[in-house]
Ligand binder design. Structure first.
Ligand SMILES: [Zn+2]
Length: 338
């Protein structure tokens, strides 16, 4: 028995999955273990190792059957898994600064480990569900959450970039002035840019930019009575139920994404687009409407490119761990380990 593991290290939880050589996942849903990132590298890596043992037990296999491990974490980190020297929200402990978490885990487990940031791991999972693990196709994923993460799988490989910032799609500028009905809206992003994808297509964008723009235009709307941070979180459910203001908010997000996808059509000529994240945890009817709106905002395409499919990313919660496992399977196959 030879399998690979996917380990998704988040802020509060570690998620595990196991994948065999036939590309079958051995664990249904989530196998979760509390994360100890706040306590620094030593405790955190030990905790990952302990949780991996639990996960293998649950799948009925031995730890020694695991030939390679894929790890994904929130960034910023280098393409090889060295965490930013400046620290980050999830790795605030001073010992994390500049720490090579990939090498650290490989040392702790005594197994080869490969690394992806969490957005790229999710993108790889989405790509795999459409094209399989041997794909040479190209896909562009956009994950709409608190921010806007994404990933590019180019000819079957994750684009990581020189410094690990490849496919930071949320901070790509878009011609947002083309979106109808938002004249005068100031689309400021946390990164300082005005009018990048995240400034219009994220939960943060709803709270900071889009809702403050639309609320005065819908006098007496219930969301005006709620704290803006809370109100932003309510928009998705209300939009799904047909609320006019909230649907406008999502139309703006979809149109921003359409403009961005058009840029990607002309840059990569991809096989598919994939949209995921909290924004699409809605009814299927709403998902279909959202995707129609994305297409509606895309300028006229060449005949050959007019039908590039736009998919909804499956299984949001397990995407990171499963994408990391697929990267580990590649590592194992390339290294002759599986
Ligand atoms: Zn930005």
């Amino acid at each position: 028995m030879q399998v690979v593991a996917g380990v998704d290290l988040g802020g509060t939880a570690i998620n595990y999955t196991l994948l065999d050589q036939q590309e079958k996942f051995l664990l249904e849903g989530l196998c979760e273990h509390p994360a100890l990132s706040k306590e620094g590298p030593e405790q955190c890596l030990q905790q990952i190792a302990d949780g991996l043992k639990i996960a293998t037990n649950r799948a009925g296999i031995m730890l020694k059957d695991v030939t390679a491990v894929g790890l994904d974490t929130p960034g910023p980190a280098s393409a090889g898994g060295q965490l930013s020297a400046r620290g980050s929200t999830n790795f605030a402990h001073p010992k994390w600064a500049g720490f090579d978490i990939r090498a650290g885990l490989a040392h702790k487990l005594g197994k080869p480990v490969c690394y992806l940031n969490d957005a790229n791991a999710a993108a790889l999972w989405g790509h795999y569900t459409i094209f399989g693990a041997h794909s040479r196709e190209t896909s562009i994923s956009s994950v709409i959450g608190t921010g806007n993460g994404g990933g590019i799988i180019l000819d079957g490989n994750v684009v990581k970039g020189k410094n690990g910032f490849g496919a930071e799609l949320g901070h790509v500028m878009i011609p947002y002035q083309n979106i109808s009905g938002i004249n005068g809206l100031k689309a400021l992003c946390n990164c300082g840019r005005i009018g990048d994808l995240e400034s219009l297509c994220s939960l943060t964008a709803i709270e900071k930019n889009i809702l403050p723009y639309f609320l005065p235009r819908y006098p007496g709307h219930d969301l005006a009575k709620v704290d803006i941070h809370q109100a932003a979180k309510l928009v998705r459910g209300l939009a799904d139920n047909g609320d006019a203001l909230c649907k406008e908010v999502f139309r703006v997000q979809a149109h921003a994404l359409g403009l961005f996808f058009d840029e990607m059509v002309n840059t990569f000529d991809p096989d598919a687009f994939i949209v995921g994240g909290g924004a699409l945890e809605t009814s299927q009817e709403f998902q279909r409407w959202f995707i129609e709106q994305i297409r509606a905002a895309m300028p006229h395409q060449r005949e050959e490119q007019a039908a590039i499919p736009i998919h909804v990313m499956p299984d949001g919660d397990t995407a990171g761990a499963r994408g990391a496992a697929i990267e580990a399977l590649k590592l194992a196959r390339e290294g002759g380990l599986a």
